[in-house]
Design a protein around this ligand. Structure first.
Ligand SMILES: Nc1nc2c(ncn2[C@@H]2O[C@H](COP(=O)(O)OP(=O)(O)O)[C@@H](O)[C@H]2O)c(=O)[nH]1
Ligand SMILES: [Mg+2]
Length: 309
């Protein structure tokens, strides 16, 4: 995550860019916007867009989601532009060291990582997808209805995803379990923005993650937890899309030194299986797992005299 100076740097840079666009010909800004939209469309990918305030756990979730996919035998993950994308290196560093490093390179556009997934079961579709992460602070204008247009707006680099026609996108809303009430306004504003701007999206859906769930000692189900606070209000706004809603933890985290132990498989597994099915319409792992030996196995056992079990 950018520190304050880096953040100011970023805002100054953005301001400078905006100014430049204003003073130069209008067509330059238009051309830039057009290029941005085309880049988004050209990728022919499914966007997985992580949204949440600073320190809500986005980078940590992405890190250990990729780690899970790489380590499980369910399929193969191809990391595109591994060495060119500094963000990928941050993620790699995270899960090879077991320590959450800080993100250092704020960018004008969301940080992204292009990936390709190939299920081990070759009958299942392969899938390109792109993970995007944005910082909640970049969205402050969303709730600001006093700006020049009179409505909340998003930075251009993010708004471009709503203007690029025909893309598929899953919004993953992250809010630490203990910040549910503080985050509800921003999450609501973002959902309202999505719903107002959804017309060009080919397909979209939501995931709501109540993060740092390992520290939630209440041991309640996510449903009971949500009704106890304002998270239910957020759920009510997205439930028409049959979203995934879950308490989420990357493992045991020592937040003082950012060391992760007992990395969880349960949470990334549920998230990844849901995402794969949401993207492709096909279940990654067939639900039916025979508990008894198959008929073929029984016959083989009979013929080879293996009757032990
Ligand atoms: N207890 C706990 N802490 C977490 C978890 N995930 C992240 N954190 C903590 O939250 C901090 C911020 O996480 P990060 O992924 O950088 O948040 P981001 O700003 O949303 O990308 C980390 O440095 C961790 O200390 C989790 O699952 N459990
Ligand atoms: Mg981050």
């Amino acid at each position: 995550m950018p520190n304050k100076d880096e953040k100011n740097e970023l805002f100054n840079r953005n301001a400078a860019i905006t100014k430049k666009e204003d003073t130069n010909s209008n067509t330059e800004a238009q051309e830039k916007a057009r290029m941005r939209r085309n880049n988004i469309i050209d990728k022919d990918t499914h966007y997985i867009f992580f949204f949440g305030k600073i320190a809500s756990g986005k980078t940590a979730i992405i890190t250990y989601l990729i780690n899970y996919i790489l380590e499980e035998n369910e399929g193969n993950l191809v990391l595109a532009d591994l060495n060119e994308n500094p963000y990928t290196n941050v993620l790699l560093e995270n899960f090879t060291s077991g320590t959450l490093t800080k993100r250092t390179d704020p960018m004008e556009d969301p940080i992204h990582i292009d990936l390709r997934y190939e299920p081990r079961d070759e009958r299942k579709p392969k899938k390109f997808f792109t993970i995007l992460e944005i910082a909640g602070e970049d969205l402050e204008e969303l709730g600001n209805r006093d700006n020049e247009k009179g409505v909340g707006s998003l930075p251009k680099g993010i708004q471009a995803y709503f203007e690029a026609a025909g893309i598929s996108i899953t919004f993953i809303l992250c809010t630490p379990y203990n910040k549910a009430n503080q985050d509800v306004a921003l999450l609501s504003q973002f959902i309202q923005h999505v719903e107002r701007n959804r017309s060009k999206l080919k397909k979209y859906n939501y995931v709501l993650l109540s993060t740092k769930w390992d520290k939630n000692m209440s041991r309640k189900s996510i449903e009971d937890f949500a009704t106890d606070n304002q998270l239910q209000f957020v759920i009510d706004q997205i439930k028409h899309k049959s979203p995934l809603i879950m308490g989420y933890s990357i493992g045991e985290v020592n937040e003082a030194d950012n060391i992760v132990t007992n990395v969880s498989k349960k949470y990334p597994k549920e998230l990844w299986h849901w995402l794969y099915e949401d993207m492709t319409g096909v279940e990654l792992v067939d639900e039916y797992i025979p508990t008894k030996p198959s008929l073929w196995q029984q016959l083989k056992d009979f013929l080879t005299g293996n009757n032990n079990g």
